[in-house]
Write a protein that binds this ligand. Structure first.
Ligand SMILES: Cc1ncc(C[n+]2csc(CCOP(=O)(O)OP(=O)(O)O)c2C)c(N)n1
Length: 314
């Protein structure tokens, strides 16, 4: 307890982001235990990146959507005026505000968990996860909370984000476009075509954060198809590139300084650990893509790990 007259030291913004990231990991672990599997290693690698984007980098307004997500209202078409996207959870669209484009949508559980920690979603929002008719999809889509585009076929969102950034510049909007990508998406041709277009159009109003966790679905990136030297390749494609520790909120936020005027895309390659915060997961490497616990002993181990992480957080 603080002594009378002595104020407890306020938490630094970086410590707050770290705390939120840890809470996201705990929620995703709990969900994985209760739902026979989950994209858990993606929470380990990306929690600080996404928390830093929401809490430090992006200029977003308050959520416009209900705490309990609305059910699916059909795909957008002229015959379906009721269709909606999940972008309202990132605030209203305004010329001076930023937009967020979430690309590797199998990370959806991580994003939903973050939105819960940030009170943009209610604490029970995961109750409908992966249920028919729910927008809280296992593989997120444009109607899912926090999502603006459908990008289940990886590497498509960067092209859509480029179009949005170009349109915003043509309209004279000052808000920026932020994209979250995974490293597996740099194995795909569309990503490089999109970067060529971003550089050609001198789009300085777009910033891309890459979760470089060195993993993809079939194992380590290098064992499937290596993408290095990623920074040099992106520089050659005309981007301004920074490589940072992807678990350090200060290092993550530094390149995004809004005072810097750019005429080329910004890329932050966040080097991350797919087992960060859950050392036990290393025993499963390299099979980390989708974690499903099998034996009673494994369930017991991870349940007690969750209990100790919760106790540490108190
Ligand atoms: C175009 C396309 N090819 C393949 C897939 C299947 N797929 C889903 S997730 C994934 C892993 C990709 O690795 P990465 O995006 O780096 O994700 P992480 O390993 O960090 O989960 C793949 C290949 C897909 N969704 N889209």
């Amino acid at each position: 307890m603080a002594q009378a007259g002595i104020q407890p030291r306020a938490q630094s913004p970086a410590a707050h982001i770290r705390g939120v990231a840890d809470a996201v990991r705990r929620r995703v672990l709990e969900h994985t235990l209760n739902n026979n599997g989950g994209y858990l290693s993606q929470a380990c690698s990306s929690a600080e990146i996404l928390a830093t984007l929401y809490l430090s980098v992006m200029r977003l307004g308050p959520s416009q959507e209900p705490l309990d997500p609305r059910p699916f209202a059909g795909v957008p078409s002229s015959a379906n005026p009721g269709a909606f996207t999940g972008a309202g959870y990132n605030g209203t669209k305004a010329p001076e505000l930023d937009r967020f484009i979430f690309s590797p949508v199998h990370y959806a559980l991580v994003l939903y968990s973050l939105l819960i920690e940030l009170d943009r979603l209610g604490p029970d929002a995961l109750d409908d996860f992966n249920r028919d008719g729910s927008t809280v999809e296992l593989i997120g889509a444009e109607h899912s909370p926090g999502h603006e585009v459908t990008a289940g076929s990886l590497a498509q969102a960067i092209s859509q984000a480029g179009g949005i950034a170009l349109a915003r510049r043509m309209r004279g909007e000052t808000g920026r476009v932020w994209v979250f990508m995974s490293d597996g998406e740099f194995q795909e041709g569309q990503t490089w075509e999109a970067f060529a277009a971003l550089a050609y159009h001198r789009l300085g109003n777009i910033g891309i954060y890459v979760d470089a966790n060195a993993q993809q679905c079939d194992g380590p990136m290098d064992a499937v198809m290596g993408i290095e030297p990623l920074a040099e390749r992106l520089c050659a494609f005309g981007a301004e590139v920074h490589e940072v520790d992807g678990h350090d909120p200060v290092a993550l936020a530094a390149p995004a300084d809004s005072a810097i005027e750019r005429d080329r895309p910004l890329v932050v390659i966040a080097r991350t650990d797919p087992c960060r915060g859950l050392e036990q997961l290393r025993e499963r490497a390299p099979k980390l893509h989708y974690v499903r616990f099998k034996s009673d002993a494994e369930f017991a181990t991870y349940r007690s790990l969750l209990d100790s992480l919760r106790a540490e957080a108190c």
